[in-house]
Design a protein around this ligand. Structure first.
Ligand code: BGC
Length: 542
């Protein structure tokens, strides 16, 4: 049977507001993105995921939705969205949109009515209480801004429940009318032709006394219902879970293969940053060794950075302190329990490290997710509030406004990055495109090599014991094909011997350049790896 289109895809996360401004108003928009789809296709990716595009007062940059069925006027119209879908499909790109089920904006007409009190329309679409003591087991997620998950609504004298900002009241999923309405919202986008959803904050749909009010059985039951509905569509559509939890809770979102197709691998992401800074492969090897095998048709979505802070919620206290010290010595870079920096500044521009991290997310089983701008080594702007410093305009050229917009600079929704180390003049698509050795061109080649090799498809992975803790070694297997992946987490040259006797007689051939290595014999096989070096070696019959 042909695997679904999302299997082992490479997904590109796009911030529409920041991508390309087609009408010189200082804000990126859907026609602007449509005009850049060729560039995205040339990256070699299979699909794009759009951050929220719906009407919103933008107090959480669009995750505060005030109309689930519309398009934010800054970004265009539904017709613009249809044109984007058509063009993407023509180019062979799939389109996922964000689906914010858990909450609305307090400006949503439902809440505007609900807040007037019991008896008013939609009041019971939200979660109310006369006191703040219910569901005390639920932690506060935006701990830098909120002190409680309850906020008093003066109009009715009741408290309403919110897991995120207090202007984002949670919907009451115990109310069947809410569940039906949100399924109908999903239908509306599926009918328009979207290929899937990144389902935001999906762990928090229900609340129950005496629990942490996350990952509850009721939430999983709703997800199964959502999945059944999505499965009825043809061609097939994909569901990607955003649930930031330890691996066991996260894996539960695959259900028995009847919930999500994909889930972001938050534990892997933090361990990648830990392992590379410790120069030690064990945080990764331990995680891979204990990773549950996933139901058929399910896979992890691996990422390095995204539009949010690099979350450190689920590492130990000691690990968090270490990662903060190492990656966010300036406290201004810290946000909630995380770090608000883009990939390149986080790693102080260390190209070898960044290449290695990409090689890892491309070679481990599952889908790799890239964040817009990371492919051109874009910097960030720590002066901007909340997470906006990581959502600055895409840098297309060395010209004015980095080629993002023809508006006057003060009209841009956010300034382009001009800090001395990260100035857009040297970090933009046009200049990276011209340089054969640029990171952009390197990444294009890597994505192509990854996509071209069927061995990288499917779940097969076995760790290979290596005699050097700096090196992570694993084999990807499929049918009769094998690729040995070696990854040096250290900044120094490392020797490593690995036991490959199982494949005696085969010849390692490096995948990118095609160089052939000596045939495997009965003795342990010696490789030497350069600083942060990695090899993808096909083990071929001689
Ligand atoms: C999104 C955030 C957003 C939050 C509340 C998250 O999971 O990625 O950007 O602030 O949900 O909607």
């Amino acid at each position: 049977m042909k695997p679904p289109w999302w299997q082992d895809m490479v997904l590109y996360e796009v911030y529409v507001r920041g991508y390309f401004d087609s009408n010189a108003d200082g804000i990126g928009d859907l026609p602007g993105l449509t005009s850049k789809l060729d560039y995205i296709r040339d990256l070699g990716v299979n699909a794009i995921w759009l951050l929220p595009i719906f009407p919103s007062p933008l107090r959480d940059d669009g995750y505060d939705v005030s109309d689930f069925r519309g398009i934010h006027p800054d970004l265009g119209t539904l017709d613009d969205f249809r044109r984007l879908l058509d063009r993407a499909h023509e180019l062979g790109l799939r389109v996922l949109v964000d689906l914010v089920l858990n909450h609305t904006s307090d400006a949503h007409p439902w809440f505007v009515s609900a807040r007037k009190g019991p008896g008013h329309a939609h009041h019971d679409w939200y979660v109310w209480s006369p006191a703040q003591d219910k569901y005390a087991g639920a932690r506060v997620i935006f701990s830098d801004t909120e002190t409680s998950n309850w906020t008093l609504e003066p109009a009715c004298g009741l408290y309403y429940w919110h897991r995120f900002y207090s202007h984002q009241p949670d919907l009451n999923f115990d109310n069947p009318a809410v569940r039906e309405e949100m399924l109908d919202v999903v239908r509306c986008w599926l009918d328009l032709g979207v290929d899937g959803f990144r389902v935001d904050a999906v762990s928090y749909l229900f609340e129950r006394e005496g629990t942490e009010s996350q990952n509850l059985p009721e939430t999983h039951a709703f997800v199964r219902e959502l999945r059944r509905m999505v499965d009825a569509y043809s061609p097939a559509r994909a569901l990607l879970a955003e649930a930031n939890h330890p691996i066991e809770d996260l894996a539960a979102f695959f259900g028995q293969g009847d919930e999500f197709h994909m889930a972001f691998h938050f534990p892997l992401m933090t361990r990648l940053f830990l392992a590379i800074r410790l120069e030690d492969s064990r945080p990764l090897a331990e995680l891979l060794a204990k990773s549950p095998s996933l139901p058929g048709g399910c896979q992890w979505a691996m990422f390095l950075r995204n539009h949010d802070e690099l979350t450190l919620e689920h590492v130990t206290k000691e690990e968090r302190e270490y990662l903060w010290r190492e990656y966010a010595a300036e406290t201004a870079s810290r946000l909630n329990l995380g770090i608000r920096r883009r990939l390149w500044p986080l790693l102080s521009g260390g190209r070898r490290q960044i290449e290695l991290l990409h090689a890892l997310i491309l070679s481990l089983p599952g889908c790799a997710v890239l964040y817009y701008g990371d492919e051109i080594a874009m910097g960030d702007d720590p002066r901007l509030g909340d997470r906006m410093g990581m959502r600055t305009p895409m840098q297309w050229t060395a010209g004015s406004n980095a080629g993002f917009s023809q508006a006057e600079a003060p009209r841009l929704y956010a300034p382009v990055v001009t800090g001395p180390e990260w100035h857009y003049a040297g970090r933009n698509v046009a200049s990276q495109d011209r340089q054969p050795t640029s990171f952009l061109n390197w990444l294009r080649r890597m994505v192509r090599s990854h996509r071209a090799d069927p061995i990288f498809r499917g779940p097969g992975l076995s760790l290979v014991p290596a005699d050097n803790i700096h090196v992570l070694a694993f084999v990807r297997e499929r049918d009769d094909g094998r690729i040995l992946c070696l990854n040096n987490l250290s900044r120094f040259v490392q020797p490593v011997t690995v036991d490959l006797s199982e494949w005696k007689g085969r010849v390692p051939r490096e995948l990118i350049g095609g160089a052939t290595f000596p045939a495997i014999g009965s003795d342990p096989y010696l490789f030497t790896l350069g600083p942060h070096g990695f090899y993808w070696m096909r083990l071929e019959r001689s």
